[in-house]
Write a protein that binds this ligand. Structure first.
Ligand code: 1CP
Length: 365
């Protein structure tokens, strides 16, 4: 916009940089400041899986709409993403989607079955199966670009976190054909056909990087790579067989300069390697205190976490006691983002989440 056609009352800061108050507020938000390990007005809070199952307003708008169908409807995605921001006053929104959306977008026969999770009709077990996984093009997920366009307008100064599943966790669903406790087929491929495994991880890294780039280019201010099930691995296997793929994803999005968060469950022994993969922020579950997590991750990275989501079923005083313990452990850390140690459980009382946000804000400002 040139100086002449600028609407009255919207002065620019400099002739070549039109004022973007919402964009400036996002950059200066407590969440992004904490990711950059800068001083914050209060500890920022958001919750993994904050959009969705625990909210009555979510269940209402999802009535009669399949999970993956809902992810492809920009109006619905925007509404569901905004719901927890309106209700809980969290410091960041997380884009409503699922880790299998990019797989669906490239033609994988995956569906999300209620009460089960992602189910893949024909699991990936051979090289021919791997060849079916093509590269993701931005046109494959045009609805993501459209939804993020709506969201960046509606969110004002609240940052939007984009996300994707990391290669190991995606591979687990693809190879097993659905949720798995022991990841036996996945590990059988990893140890029995190491070249096929390496190629699968590499292909998934490209798909994931492509999906994150679409979200960042559309306006996401940070990204989280969910490697939810990678805690099933020993450090040496993670280093050799998984880290290269996750590192490729982080490297691909590095030029955008947005904070990159890396999270997995049961990853106490992997925290330093997960940081090494290239994240700016490392998420920890509740099994390792945040100060110890920071020590394991090493300097130069912020820490996210880590209240056990089951604690939210205890009375308010007990929740505050446990949250207080985390805030004391985080006192003195260079960057701390308060979160749960894993996603919000479906039967969580939404009021417990709203109260927790106020507690963290009040006790850190
Ligand atoms: O705030 C939000 O809820 C954002 C949306 C979101 C996210 C971040 C959904 C919607 N899924 C995810 C990520 C996701 N999906 C992960 C990584 C995060 C984590 O570890 O929790 C994983 C592992 C999945 C896979 C998945 N999708 C599962 C887990 C199954 C298993 O292996 O045990 C399930 C149940 C789903 C379905 C799903 N995804 C999202 C929702 C709201 C649902 C429930 C289905 C529904 O409401 O119909």
């Amino acid at each position: 916009m040139s100086g002449n056609d600028r609407p009255v009352g919207q002065p620019t800061q400099t002739p070549n940089a039109p004022a973007d108050p919402a964009g400036d507020a996002v950059l200066d938000s407590a969440f992004l400041r904490a990711c950059r390990r800068e001083p914050v007005p209060h500890t920022p809070v958001w919750f993994m899986r904050q959009a969705g199952r625990s909210l009555p307003e979510y269940r209402k708008v999802r009535e009669g709409v399949g999970m993956l169908d809902s992810c492809m409807r920009p109006d619905l995605v925007a509404e569901i993403t905004l719901q927890p921001v309106r209700r809980h006053k969290v410091d960041a929104a997380i884009y409503f989607s699922d880790i299998v959306v990019p797989l669906k977008a490239i033609g994988v026969d995956v569906d999300i079955k209620p009460g089960v999770g992602p189910v893949v009709e024909k699991p990936v077990r051979s090289r021919a199966d791997l060849e079916r996984l093509r590269t993701l093009e931005p046109e494959d997920v045009a609805y993501v670009t459209e939804a993020i366009g709506i969201l960046t307008r509606e969110l004002g100064g609240t940052p939007l976190i984009g996300f994707a599943g990391a290669p190991f966790t995606l591979a687990s669903y693809l190879v097993e054909g659905g949720p798995s406790k022991n990841h036996e087929h996945t590990k059988a491929m990893m140890y029995g056909e190491p070249e096929l495994w390496a190629d699968l991880v590499d292909r998934l890294a490209d798909i994931t990087a492509g999906f994150l780039k679409v979200q960042i280019e559309a306006g996401a201010s940070a990204v989280q790579l969910f490697d939810s099930w990678v805690g099933a691995l020993a450090p040496e296997d993670y280093r050799r067989r998984v880290l290269p793929g996750s590192a490729k994803v982080f490297e691909a999005v590095a030029p955008y300069g947005v904070p990159r968060i890396h999270f997995g469950v049961g990853t106490g022994e992997l925290l330093s390697l997960m940081g090494e993969a290239g994240a700016d922020v490392v998420g920890a579950d509740w099994r390792v205190p945040v100060d110890e997590a920071a020590r394991r991750v090493g300097p130069g990275k912020a820490i996210q976490g880590n209240l056990d989501p089951a604690v939210l079923f205890a009375p308010r005083e007990a929740v505050e006691q446990q949250a207080g313990r985390i805030l004391r452990a985080a006192d003195g850390l260079e960057g701390h983002i308060f979160n749960l140690g894993h996603g919000v459980l479906p039967d969580t009382d939404p009021q417990a989440l709203t109260d927790l946000v106020s507690y963290v804000h009040e006790h850190t400002s």
